[in-house]
Design a protein around this ligand. Structure first.
Ligand code: KG4
Ligand code: ZN
Length: 292
């Protein structure tokens, strides 16, 4: 409900800014630049953030940085990596990025800061969307990813679910998998498997598709590292499988920085600032923004 979402943004923006500054122990006067998400997303919600950012940048006369939400997810990989807050070593390009969220499943080759080429995407549902839909089929709550992960804990897959075959080697498809789960839940293919074992089979199929294609893309494009980002990157089976199978270094943000957060937008803005790529005061939102 876009209208409700933008109203809630209007109500939340000032309290959220106050709380963020408070927790960081600083005031607006200590801020050197403002980074803001300009897309993709709901226009009304994006406008609230963009206008607040413009106002702060104008009032304080500091740079304003326009950040693509998907690019923000990628930059979470170069925030502090360890719980100790240890600084992450800088990226070694080319980097193969697997962005898996509720709205996107993209394989992107990053040749340098701000230089992206999209190699693959989903033909239908995003990976997170598939987790959410299958969770609903199994009577679990939202968001579905963490609910499925909890249900699976220790369960063995009931069967091997089919992997989609697509014309383009780095594309994904998850809607067939979801339909297959639906048929199994309804008992249309014999007695329905127990939910934990069925969920395990679903998670295994998604993880296998994501990891296999990411590794193939990394190898074919001589990537020096792989970053796994976006909400679904919080999934521990996916994290473990990628680390185990990848021939190159793998970077995955801690789970709290995988799901949507403001720190990742700031991280992207920080690299942008270093490259002197501040936006002018006329920055606008782009609801349908893509990457690469
Ligand atoms: O990146 P994100 O927080 O928001 C978007 O930009 O979409 O991603 C949200 C998605 C949801 O679909 C949610 O089910 C999924 O990430 N997700 C997970 C896990 N945690 C969140 N999927 C699988 N396993 C998880 N642990
Ligand atoms: Zn996101």
């Amino acid at each position: 409900m876009p209208e409700l979402a933008s109203r809630q943004h209007v109500e939340a923006i000032v309290p959220v800014l106050d709380e963020a500054l408070d927790r960081a122990g600083c005031a607006l006067g200590d801020i050197d630049a403002v980074a803001v998400t300009t897309g993709p997303g709901l226009a009304g919600a994006l406008l609230v953030g963009a206008n607040a950012a413009k106002a702060i940048a104008y009032a304080r006369d500091i740079p304003l940085l326009a950040v693509n939400h998907l690019e923000g997810h990628i930059y979470a990989a170069w925030l502090a990596t360890a719980p100790s807050g240890e600084e992450a070593p800088p990226p070694r390009f080319p980097v193969l990025c697997l962005i898996v969220s509720g709205g996107h499943t993209d394989l992107v080759l990053m040749a340098g800061h701000g230089r992206y080429r999209r190699l693959g995407e989903t033909a239908d549902d995003a990976a997170g969307e598939a987790f959410d839909k299958v969770a609903r089929l199994l009577g679990l709550g939202f968001p579905g990813g963490p609910a499925i992960e909890r249900l699976v804990a220790g369960a063995t897959p009931a069967l091997r679910l089919p992997r989609a075959r697509l014309a383009r080697p780095y594309d994904f498809s998850f809607s067939g998998l979801k339909t297959k789960v639906l048929r199994l839940v309804r008992g249309e293919e014999g007695p329905a498997p127990a939910p934990p074992e069925l969920a395990a089979a679903f998670q295994e199929a998604v993880v296998d598709a994501l990891v296999t294609k990411a590794i193939a893309a990394a190898r074919d494009h001589a990537a020096r590292e792989i970053v796994l980002v976006g909400g679904v990157a919080a999934n521990s089976a996916l994290r473990a499988a990628l680390v185990e199978r990848s021939p190159v270094r793998v970077r995955i943000p801690p789970p709290a920085l995988c799901t949507d957060n403001g720190a990742m937008i700031a991280a992207c803005g920080w690299w942008r600032l270093r490259a002197s790529e501040a936006a002018g005061p006329d920055v606008d939102v782009q609801p349908g923004l893509r990457i690469g």
